[in-house]
Each structure stands twice: as structure tokens, then as C-alpha cells.
Design a binder for this molecule. Structure first.
Ligand SMILES: CC(C)(COP(=O)(O)OP(=O)(O)OC[C@H]1O[C@@H](n2cnc3c(N)ncnc32)[C@H](O)[C@@H]1OP(=O)(O)O)[C@@H](O)C(=O)NCCC(=O)NCCS
Length: 197
């Protein structure tokens, strides 16, 4: 019979992984994981238009760690689908050597749970239905939505956290998250603000 660990260190060394809120110190490892998972071309992807120069939704960026190392990431972002507020999820990635252990599922469940607890009504994403359907995502209802760039329609999926939250949602999905100060978006926003004469 396995001995019951008695010290925090012992427990940490046998815990398969931990999900926690993302920290500023995670950024370098997160970006390296995303480069490894999606390649350098990831910055040109259509969904990046909904994230660049924006902060993720408050309290909705998560990191998976194993023995203190970052092994997974997921974030949620404010968008508007036509006039309907929603969140967009992504990117979701798990370090290649740690896949198939449930890390991706744990990140997804945590992100969806916290989003619902914070009162958000719906989550949209662009991804593989065979993976995301297990969390309740489907393409039903997204046929009248579009993204600011090329995308495969059958990969545009949605999940209502509150029944009816996406009813009537149609049109272009646009970023509505807080602009990161000092980015090009911030400068453009400042230029377009009304000024005193
Ligand atoms: C997708 C990803 C996040 C899953 O992470 P994970 O920790 O391995 O996921 P889980 O352990 O929770 O689930 C593994 C299961 O999902 C399945 N799966 C993984 N990717 C899949 C995909 N694209 N389509 C269908 N099923 C998929 C695995 O085959 C496995 O199936 P099983 O449970 O029947 O064995 C991970 O494979 C990854 O980072 N991939 C590269 C980046 C990426 O493609 N991100 C998602 C964009 S759509």
C-alpha cells in the first residue's frame, strides 16, 4: 500500500497537475508553449484579431502546472457577437509530453465554471468539434456569426452558460476587452477620443 504523504513537498511531487489563475510570471513560459503548440504563424490566425492588444476577461486566464512548471494554458476574452456580449475561449494548449492526462479537460472545466460563476452567459471558440463537444460546444446557432478574417464555419462553436444567452446573436464577432495601455490599439483609441478644443 502506498504511504500517505505527510509534507506539502511530498504531495506536490505526486500531484499530477494543478490548475490556478495565471500570474505575470507565467507569460514567458506560456508564450513558449503556444509557439511550440501552434507555430510562429499563430499570430496571423483570425482569432488573434480578437485578442491582440487586449487583456483577457478579469479572473479568466488559467495555467496548469506540474512540479512548478507551466504545462497548460487557457484564457477567455470579452467579445460582442453582433450586439450580444460573450466570451471567446483560446488559445488552449497543453505541453506535448503531458497530453492525454486530462489537463486540457481540467483547464476547460475550470475556465467554464469560473466564467459561469462570474455571470457570463456564453462562450464561443474556433476549434475541433470532436474535442470541444465533450464540454457541450456545438456549431448550432453560430451560422449567422462571422469572424474578422478567414475561418472554417464548422469550427465556429458555442456554448450557452445561461440558457438563451446567444438567442438572436448574429453578425461580426468583435473584441470588446480592455485595451492594454501602450499598444497600437491604445494609441488608435486615444487618437479617436474627442478632444477639448
Ligand atoms: C487539444 C489539447 C489542448 C488537449 O489537451 P489534453 O490535455 O491532451 O486533453 P485531455 O487529456 O483532456 O483529453 C485528451 C483526449 O482528447 C482527444 N483530443 C485531443 N485533441 C483532439 C482533437 N483536436 N480532436 C479530437 N480529440 C482530441 C485525445 O485523443 C484524448 O482522447 P481520449 O480521452 O479518448 O483518449 C492538446 O492536445 C493540445 O495542446 N494540442 C495542441 C494545441 C491545440 O490543438 N489546441 C486546441 C485547438 S483546437
Amino acid at each position: 500500500m502506498a504511504a500517505v504523504p505527510t509534507k506539502i513537498d511530498d504531495i506536490t511531487s505526486i500531484a499530477p497537475f494543478v490548475i490556478r489563475t495565471e500570474r505575470a510570471s507565467d507569460v514567458a513560459a506560456r508564450e513558449a508553449l503556444l509557439d511550440a503548440s501552434f507555430g510562429e504563424g499563430r499570430h496571423a490566425r483570425t482569432c488573434q484579431r480578437l485578442r491582440e492588444g487586449r487583456n483577457p476577461a478579469d479572473g479568466l486566464a488559467f495555467t496548469a502546472t506540474r512540479r512548478g512548471e507551466l504545462i497548460g494554458t487557457v484564457r477567455l476574452w470579452h467579445v460582442s457577437a453582433g450586439d450580444t456580449p460573450a466570451l471567446v475561449l483560446g488559445p488552449l494548449a497543453v505541453e506535448a509530453s503531458c497530453r492525454g492526462l486530462g489537463v486540457g479537460a481540467a483547464l476547460m472545466m475550470c475556465a467554464l465554471d469560473r466564467a459561469q460563476a462570474r455571470g457570463h452567459g456564453a462562450v464561443i471558440l474556433l476549434g475541433d468539434a470532436p474535442y470541444y463537444s465533450r464540454f457541450g460546444f456545438c456549431a448550432l446557432g453560430t451560422d449567422s456569426m462571422s469572424l474578422p478574417g478567414p475561418f472554417e464555419r464548422d469550427r465556429l462553436l458555442a456554448l450557452e452558460l445561461r440558457p438563451g444567452a446567444l438567442e438572436g446573436a448574429s453578425g461580426l464577432i468583435t473584441a470588446t476587452g480592455v485595451v492594454v495601455p501602450g499598444t497600437r490599439k491604445d494609441h488608435a483609441r486615444r487618437r479617436s477620443l474627442p478632444r477639448a478644443a
